[in-house]
Design a protein around this ligand. Sequence first.
Ligand code: ATP
Length: 375
Amino acid sequence: MTREGVTMSAMDRIAAQVAGCVLSGEGTRPVVVSCRDLHRAFGTVRAVDGVDLRLGEGEIGALLGPSGCGKTTLLRLIAGFERPDRGEVRVGGVQVAGDREFVPPQRRRIGMVFQDYALFPHLDVAANVGYALGRRPDAARVAQVLELVGLGGLGDRRPHELSGGQQQRVALARALAPTPALILLDEPFSNLDAALRERVRADVREILRAAGVTVLIVTHDQEEALSIADRVFVMRAGRIEQEGMPEEVYSSPASRWAAEFLGDVDILPGQAAGGHATCALGRVPVPEGLEGPVDVLVRPESLTVGLGREEGGQGAVVVARTYFGHDQLVTLELGDGLRLRSRCMGFPAWHPGDRLRVRLSGPVSVLPVQPGDDR
Ligand code: ATP
């Protein structure tokens, strides 16, 4: 973990945390937005139920969770479209919502990109962007942000003369124009068809990086969150269930729920003792102190299959397969009837009835069995 080429020791990182910085894959950054013990209920529905969240300068955060978990409400609390019942929001070190404080949205230095882009159809692109800069918009700044989003020269077009992806860039340019401290994006790619989404996502990430702005994106799409964000906040029923770098939340989920929400996973019963857990796939290491019944969480890409004995592992028979060309998802049954999935290369293509060897070849995570977990 480095900053300006300097490797940070564990002590440096702890000191930085104490000093109020956010740690990320690229080092420490001053905190730009923070929520502390944030609550907002609608009648008996606790939409946001005690959220703590911090994002550092230039970081892209993704708020990821299923429908109704409170993502939009949290975004609206940060933007100032909702008042919290309790707790605090700070932007750029300034309290914008708290016990006695409530700064209106237009004074929070926050840019917002809405799901439907909310462009004025009767205004051209330059005027749409200039709208964010007040009565006498600075034409040079408008041209500069249009250039940044790759729309230089298209300032005199109307929104209906642009593609969906281009319209989204206008919305992005409008949010960036007043140099906000923070940009909030609510499901920004949901209006784009699947083929376009991936490309636009990569483009938007590049634009946001080039602008160096801090960003919070709301999405219910796991792949979107993992591919665009530096830090993912997994939200469930009004709370942050887990936060971390994409690879952390994916490969070390905090709960069975988070594991299943973030991607395909098979859960094997296991027994932990002395730094190892034993399960149907053999022995896997566990953190010191973890003893007793555990769940071993196996992602399909952590399971390798092959024909020969040299593969090691144990025998299994293919019971189902979905072929995607570049890869395939193979469902295997072990001797004891246990079923597991392997995501492996498309070649060789396996078929139901094939007898294979299967072994663990990637990371697994092990969690203690929680009360209420069905085993
Ligand atoms: P989605 O992904 O479907 O947009 P979400 O995670 O953004 O969902 P929210 O829109 O924040 O979820 O809603 C959280 C909960 O609060 C839901 O149960 C919703 O019905 C409720 N809720 C949100 N806004 C209001 C409101 N103004 N009045 C009453 N209930 C509301």
